[in-house]
Design a binder for this molecule. Structure first.
Ligand code: GLN
Length: 327
């Protein structure tokens, strides 16, 4: 029988020397990332932690934040009102594309592309920018189970170079899809992307979604259970940028990636898994992350559409596995 912790360690050593891909550099501060960093972490819905590599290294969450802010917007506005402002269709376009914004409905296609994420963030309630930022920080704290902070240099770096995101926001302002406070919305979006997390944090966040919105380590409810399915559906169809279809086909687990190199994936009712490695492919997904997830999904039958005995293998592999920390 395969031991889950031993398998994670095996994956870590197997992919540690894969050096394909590039560190993101369009946000200048992100170019300073260490391309050797690599971590894998899994947290089960009952709070068992398995890990290998640099699981405590901090990095900015970037696009992965979109998932959680969308969940909060659902709680604040409900499905139907939110749907009027942000759609749920995958685009097949890069995450920073603005080409379709000027078509038909003028509504961003989904909350996982930048336009949709900026529109979603602009809907977060609160009396002024400080209150809205605190609302987001508190939200992320519920998911990770401890205080979170913003990487100010990354925030400032993106704020001063994010002209494409600014263009999108202004286009949406022009169509009346977001309100007048466009610079405030952009600042909040750049701040949420610059929140510092570790690979372990991401796995806990994923486990929280796997556990109907309740953080398995703290018992705190981070998202109302009613909206977990919405968030997971969007992750499944749109979470991996314009690779989402192939990811659903090959890996078959709701997931979200970010340009700093994180990928977070949720096997509902079972486990949250995260990988961190900053080397990205042309879609902006972590190269080592893709390999690790493909192999994990295959080995443990984690693909959601795989109704064979697969996932029993996962249950068996964690049952007797020790929760070791590998380096
Ligand atoms: N902050 C980044 C941006 O808006 C997030 C993109 C990403 O992680 N894909 O460009």
């Amino acid at each position: 029988m395969v031991d889950f912790q031993a398998f994670l360690e095996k994956l870590y050593w197997k992919y540690r020397d894969v050096n394909e891909g590039k560190v993101a550099s369009y946000i200048p501060e992100l170019a300073k990332a260490n391309s050797d960093s690599f971590a894998i972490c899994a947290v089960t819905r009952d709070g068992r932690v398995f890990q290998a590599g640099d699981v405590d290294q901090k990095f900015t969450i970037q696009s992965i934040s979109k998932v959680f802010v969308y969940g909060l917007a659902l709680e604040e506005h409900g499905r139907e009102r939110l749907l009027q402002k942000v759609g749920v269709e995958p685009t097949g376009d890069p995450f920073n594309s603005l080409i379709r914004l000027d078509e038909d409905s003028k509504r961003p296609d989904n909350p996982m592309v930048n336009a949709g994420a900026i529109a979603t963030t602009s809907l977060i309630k609160g009396d002024g920018p400080t209150e809205r930022l605190n609302r987001l920080l508190t939200l992320f704290q519920r998911y990770v189970g401890h205080e979170v902070f913003i990487d100010v240099p990354v925030f400032v770096s993106e704020r001063s170079t994010g002209h494409r995101n600014r263009a999108m926001a202004h286009l949406m302002l022009n169509f009346g899809m977001i309100d007048q406070k466009v610079d405030e919305a952009l600042d909040l979006y750049f701040q949420q992307c610059a929140i510092l997390v570790t690979c372990r944090d991401l796995a806990v966040m994923a486990a929280t979604l796997a556990n109907q919105g309740e953080n398995p380590l703290t018992g705190e409810q981070a998202l109302h259970p009613e909206y977990v399915r919405d968030v997971l559906s969007i992750m499944y169809t749109c979470g991996m940028y314009n690779f989402a279809g192939e990811w659903a086909y090959r890996v078959g687990i709701p997931a979200k990636s970010g340009v700093s190199g994180g990928i977070l994936a949720v096997v509902p009712n079972q486990v949250g898994i995260a990988v961190f490695s900053p080397l990205l492919d042309g879609h902006g997904n972590s190269v080592r992350g893709l390999r690790v997830f493909e192999e994990l999904s295959q080995e443990f039958g984690l693909h959601l559409m795989d109704l064979s005995m697969g996932r029993c293998r996962f249950e068996a592999a964690i049952r007797d596995s020790s929760e070791l920390t590998a380096s």
